[in-house]
Design a binder for this molecule. Structure first.
Ligand code: FAD
Length: 415
C-alpha cells in the first residue's frame, strides 16, 4: 500500500489561522475535527503518526460498541454514512453471573431492544471501518486542515495559542484540544494531575467465529476474575457468524492465556462463553492491554480542553470507553458551534468542564462499582447480586432505565 501523507509540502514560515486546533487524530480527535469542520468552523488536526497506517486493511479483531448517542454524533459529523460496510446492531443483551463453566447460570438479566422501544441498543463497528470512514471524511472537508504525520510544539497564552509544526508551518488557534490519548503531553505540560486505579487485570480483545448465528445478541458474563463479553459482529462473506470478545482477566492468568495455542485459547474462550453459539474459533489478532482507570483532575487550562482518553480512561466492563469520549466531543462541539464568541474563552471552557466531568465521574464510579460487585466471590454477596439480577429482570421500567443509560440517551448533552 502506498502511504498517502496528509501533510502536503509547505513553505516554512507559512502561517495558518484556525478557530480550533486538535492535537491527536485518534477516533475522538478525528470525530471532533469532522464535526466542527462539517459545520463550517475553521479547524486543524495534527497527529504525530500518519493516517493511512491507521487503516489496517485486514480484519484484525478490534471493534467498538457504538451507543445511539455516538451514532447520532457520527451522523452529524458525516462519518456514519461513509462506513465501508454495515455495522452489526445489538438488539438483545444477556447478563449472567457465575464461574467459568457455569455459563448457563439460572439467574440472568435479559434486555430486549423492542421492549425498550428502540431499534437497537448499539452497533458493533470494526475499528478499521471507523478509521476508513473518519479518514475519508476528513479528506473531504474544505474547512479542515489535516497535518499527519507532523510533530507539534504548542504555546498557549490568554490571548491565543501557537502550534509550531515540524514541517516549519505555524498554526494560530483560539483553542487547542488535547486528544492524544492516555499519555497526553499537553495535559502534562499544563500540570494537570491525574487520579489512577490499577485493576491488576489485562483486557484481552479479539474476535471469534462460531458455528451458530448470534441473532444480534450480546452476552456479558460476570466471572470471578473479571467480566467476559461477547459482542455480535455484522456477517461478512469471510465470517458469516462472528463476535468480538472483550475479556478481563487477572494479569497472571491473562498472560498464560495469551501464550496458549489457537486451539487451547479457543477452548478457554468457549469455557467462559458457553455453548450457545456452538464451537468457537479465534480469528484475527489477539490484543491485550493493562486495565486501569484514569481521571484528569481538570479538563481545561488556558486555551486548552482535554477530550477522550486524554481526560479519562475507564474499565471496559460496560464497553463505554469510546462512547464517553464521543460525549466529550458532542458537548464541546455544541458549545463551540453554539456561540459566535471566542471559542477558547475561560467561560466556554468552564461550561465544558461543568458539562463533562460529572458525567465521566458517574460512568467511572458505575463501572468501578460493577467491577467490584461482580468480581467478589464472597458467597452472601454473590447470592445477593444474583437475586438482584433476577429482581431487576422482573422490573421493566428499571430495565428500560438501565438500557437508556447504556445507549447514552439520558442526561443533558445527548442531542
Ligand atoms: C487494545 C485496545 C482495545 C480496546 N477496545 C475497546 C472497545 O472494544 N470498545 C471501546 O469503547 N473502547 C476500547 N478501547 C478503548 C478505546 O480504544 C479508547 O477509549 C479510544 O481509542 C480513545 O480514543 P482517543 O482518540 O481519545 O485516543 P487514542 O485512540 O489513544 O488516540 C490518540 C491519538 O493521538 C495521537 N498522538 C498521541 N500523542 C501525540 C502527540 N504528542 N502529538 C500528536 N499526536 C499524538 C496518536 O497517534 C493517536 O492517533 C480499547 C483500547 C485498547 C488499547
Amino acid at each position: 500500500m502506498t502511504e498517502r501523507a496528509e501533510t502536503p509540502p509547505v513553505t516554512p514560515g507559512t502561517v495558518t489561522e484556525v478557530a480550533v486546533c486538535i492535537i491527536g487524530a485518534g477516533p475522538v480527535g478525528a470525530t471532533l475535527a469532522a464535526r466542527l469542520a462539517s459545520a463550517g468552523l475553521p479547524t486543524a488536526v495534527v497527529d504525530h503518526a500518519g493516517l493511512p497506517p491507521m487503516e489496517l486493511p485486514e480484519f484484525d479483531g478490534r471493534a467498538y460498541a457504538i451507543a445511539l448517542s455516538s451514532r447520532r454524533l457520527l451522523d452529524a459529523a458525516g462519518v456514519w454514512d461513509l462506513l465501508p460496510w454495515a455495522p452489526g446492531p445489538i438488539t438483545r443483551i444477556r447478563c449472567t453471573d457465575g464461574a467459568p463453566g457455569e455459563a448457563a447460570s439460572a439467574l440472568r438479566l435479559h434486555f430486549d431492544a423492542a421492549e425498550s422501544g428502540t431499534e437497537a441498543f448499539g452497533w458493533m463497528v470494526e475499528a478499521r471501518a471507523l478509521r476508513m470512514a473518519l479518514n475519508a471524511r476528513m479528506r473531504s472537508l474544505a474547512h479542515l486542515i489535516v497535518r499527519a504525520p507532523a510533530k507539534a510544539e504548542v504555546t498557549r497564552t490568554a490571548g491565543g495559542a501557537e502550534i509550531r509544526l515540524s514541517t516549519g508551518e505555524l498554526i494560530r488557534a483560539r483553542l487547542v484540544v488535547a486528544a492524544e490519548g492516555r499519555r497526553s503531553r499537553l495535559r502534562e505540560q499544563a500540570g494537570i494531575g491525574i487520579a489512577t486505579h490499577d485493576y491488576g487485570q489485562l483486557g484481552l480483545v479479539g474476535a471469534v467465529a462460531h458455528e451458530l448465528p448470534h441473532e444480534q445478541m450480546a452476552l456479558e458474563h460476570f466471572l470471578p476474575h473479571g467480566p467476559f463479553a461477547q459482542l455480535p459482529l455484522a456477517p461478512t462473506p469471510e465470517h458469516p457468524n462472528a463476535s468480538a470478545i472483550v475479556w478481563s482477566e487477572k494479569r497472571g492468568i491473562a498472560e498464560r492465556m495469551l501464550a496458549l495455542s489457537d486451539e487451547d485459547y479457543g477452548k478457554e474462550i468457549q469455557r467462559r462463553m458457553g455453548d450457545h453459539l456452538g464451537k468457537v474459533t479465534p480469528i484475527g489478532r489477539r490484543w491485550s492491554y493493562p486495565l486501569s482507570a484514569m481521571h484528569a483532575l481538570r479538563y481545561t487550562d488556558t486555551r486548552l480542553a482535554l477530550i477522550g482518553d486524554a481526560a479519562h480512561g475507564i474499565h471496559p466492563i460496560a464497553g463505554q470507553g469510546l462512547n464517553l469520549g464521543f460525549r466529550d466531543v458532542s458537548a464541546l462541539a455544541e458549545l463551540l458551534l453554539g456561540t459566535a464568541a471566542d471559542p477558547g474563552s475561560p467561560e466556554l471552557l468552564a461550561q465544558y468542564q461543568a458539562a463533562r466531568r460529572p458525567d465521566a465521574l458517574v460512568m467511572m464510579g458505575a463501572t468501578h462499582a460493577l467491577e467490584k460487585l461482580f468480581g467478589n466471590r464472597f458467597p452472601p454477596l454473590r447470592l445477593a447480586r444474583r437475586l438482584g439480577m433476577a429482581a431487576v429482570d422482573r422490573m421493566p421500567k428499571l430495565k428500560r432505565a438501565f438500557a437508556q443509560r447504556a445507549m447514552g440517551i439520558t442526561g443533558a448533552l445527548t442531542r
